[in-house]
Design a protein around this ligand. Sequence first.
Ligand code: NAD
Length: 337
Amino acid sequence: SSAPSPIKATLFPGDGIGPEIAVSVKQVFQAAEVPIEWEEHYVGDQIDPRTQSFLTWESLESVRRNRVGLKGPMATPVGKGHRSLNLTLRKELNLYANVRPCYSLPGYKTRYDNVNLVTIRENTEGEYSGLEHQVVRGVVESLKIITRQASLRVAEYAFHYAKTHGRERVSAIHKANIMQKTDGLFLKCCREVAEKYPEITYEEVVIDNCCMMLVKNPALFDVLVMPNLYGDIISDLCAGLVGGLGLTASCNIGEAGIALAEAVHGSAPDIAGKNLANPTALLLSAVTMLRHLELYDKAELIQDAILNTIAEGKYRTADLGGSSSTTDFTKAICGHL
Ligand code: NAD
């Protein structure tokens, strides 16, 4: 019998520490025998007129073709006349939902040890539509756009995620008491979708109350779905509950089933090239990509190896208070597989 052909996935190693932590992912995937073949693409050093950014058209085509990818941090080049890399990816690939699982890492002590939630952020509209102008001197206006289409799409994704990931509850986070039309429409869409998922408990939580509850007892939450701005803030708040951006995975979901996983931290130019970077966030992001591909066994295997390595405490990178290099930490993870 012949082995099934590998799944192709796009890999953007990115800038700064990106290539170092991408090597770590490649090594761990190889050691775990994950059936993935990486198509590597780097950010170009000049503007590609077809994307109006430093991202090449070929790299975007690669993601469109493979439908899955992993992205390291990208440094935003300074200068005018081009679009930001992350914005280009979001627009070109229509990445409409940002998904961030947040759970307490055993052995890495924070204020809480029972966090296990997922934030799902609408990623295309709301206050981030880029529609701002000056009305008269001293008065500016910003348009918050909420559409039925984008709200239904992200709500649908949240409930589908809850169902396929064994989650029991979806909380829609809003401020519809004040933003009656915009957040009101968002909630209406969530309710419509909730009716199609009677097995999932649905609730609505006002954002200010949500913040208080998250800080007092994050275990109260399961899956949270929300418009863009709230999602931006709440997702970082949740990352802080479990140890910060260096440990947090994220995955962007796009049209036609595209999943582009990415670590949420930046390119860390201060430690780039020194074999000091912590690859955990990129590795855990890669794990979300495996779950998207329904490679659940490999996802569990790798996640357990990462968590066991951190819990054991023998090999930890400097940001977690240890003194291991990126390569030694990676070797330790491979040893736990
Ligand atoms: P940063 O996240 O790169 O660094 C902040 C601090 O955290 C630094 O001290 C860094 O050493 C540390 N750090 C970050 N990731 C780490 C890791 N994996 N292991 C150990 N330490 C880590 O944020 P910044 O300095 O504000 O940004 C640097 C560059 O990254 C900028 O060009 C920015 O535009 C870009 N950036 C990109 C993304 C992305 O591609 N998604 C996100 C944020 C910032």
